[in-house]
Design a protein around this ligand. Structure first.
Ligand code: IPM
Ligand code: MG
Length: 362
């Protein structure tokens, strides 16, 4: 088998973590007898510098023709002053929309070795293992009308619109229920149905999908308001299995949930729903540590594992990567973001190398 992978390192620490991610990918390809053709593309701030816009047609076409997309991170202070329409983040939103990636899977699993790396108490976070299913191509991120207009009195008016249609809610609900079938069979749907009509519809449609589909009868469905969910996440995270929610609530709650695992530097993600899946670490470009070999490459390496599992049908290779990461953490190796007293502190490159050493040992 040969797979074409579009590799978009992006900005900040993106290229550093991507270097370790692709090295792991090449290694498992060799071990499991398939080949990968890595096709690099420039996106985000780097593309603004080179081409005046965050995503060129050439790179978009490259992703459309690939078997999967691997993404680093985008943005940085250098481009913060730009108009919204050409900011680095636009590339990410355009890729999601153009590739039809409506389902964002963000597994929030605490590695046992990191139970005391979190800012929260060990007793609270221990055993955390949930999957955040975030709707990714709808809601307030894309709804119309939007924009800022000047009013006759010289003041301005800013608008964004939260919109969801029945089919958009149905398809993300199915993703959540299907995922729950392979896990602990519980879905928590998060909304603000006590105030927002659009999420009242969300709740109604999710309930209907659950009732209608015979195969979902064994799944427990619970609805929770987003403010309560934010609280429950740090009060008792073990109560959650699959959490399904809107684009913006998912953005916020997945950052919060990341802290349960010790660091956002640990979290991989998969964006699915179209022909081509896109895989990226949840963390950003971290301009404060860029170029210092301090970044945690594990989220990217774990994203490579998700790609192998969801897009390339190479589950055994994915398991081997997950296992290697677990062993490295069990042995006390840490990057700066998850360091603890007495740990063995490593840079980005050393951490990547160590994971590869463990993969090689099997
Ligand atoms: C994320 C990020 C993006 C989002 C930004 C960079 C546009 O925060 O993937 O969670 O808001 O979706
Ligand atoms: Mg976010």
């Amino acid at each position: 088998m040969n797979y074409n992978i579009a590799v978009l390192p992006g900005d900040g620490i993106g290229p550093e973590v991507m270097g370790e991610g692709t090295a792991v990918l090449k290694q498992v390809a060799e071990l499991y007898g398939f080949t990968v053709n890595l096709e690099p593309g420039i996106v985000g701030g780097a593309s603004i510098d080179a081409h005046g816009k965050p995503l060129t047609d050439a790179v978009l076409n490259l992703t459309k023709q690939s078997d999967a997309v691997l993404l680093g991170a985008m943005g940085g202070p250098k481009w913060d002053g730009l108009d919204y329409s050409i900011r680095p983040e636009r590339a990410l939103l355009a890729l999601r929309q153009e590739l039809g990636l409506f389902a964002n899977l963000r597994p929030v699993k605490l590695f046992a070795a990191l139970a005391s790396a979190s800012t929260l108490k060990k007793e609270v976070v221990e055993g955390t293992d949930m999957l955040v299913v975030r709707e990714l191509t709808g809601g307030i991120y894309f709804g119309e009308p939007k924009g800022v207009t000047m009013l006759p009195d010289g003041t301005e008016r800013g608008v964004n619109t939260e919109v969801y249609t029945t089919p958009e809610i149905e398809r993300i609900a199915h993703v959540a229920f299907q995922a729950a079938l392979k896990r602990r069979k519980k879905v928590t749907s998060v909304d603000k149905a006590n105030v927002l009509e659009v999420t009242e519809l969300w709740r109604k449609v999710v309930t209907r999908v659950h009732k209608k589909e015979e195969g979902y009868a064994g799944i427990e469905l619970e609805h929770i308001l987003v403010d309560n969910c934010a609280m429950q996440l740090i009060r008792n995270p073990r109560q959650f299995d699959v959490v399904v929610t809107t684009n913006m609530f998912g953005d916020i709650l997945s950052d919060e949930a990341a802290m349960l695992t010790g660091s956002i530097g640990m979290l991989p993600s998969a964006s699915l729903g179209g022909k081509v899946g896109m895989y990226e670490p949840v963390h950003g470009s971290a301009p404060d540590i860029t170029g210092q070999d301090k970044a945690n490459p594990l989220a990217t390496i774990l994203s490579v594992a998700m790609m192998l599992r969801h897009s390339l049908d190479q589950g055994a290779a994915a398991d081997r990567i997950d296992k290697a990461v677990e062993v490295v953490l069990d042995e006390g190796y840490r990057t700066a973001d998850i360091q603890e007293p007495g740990c063995k502190l490593l840079g980005c490159k050393q951490m990547g190398q160590l994971v590869r050493d463990k993969i090689a040992k099997g």
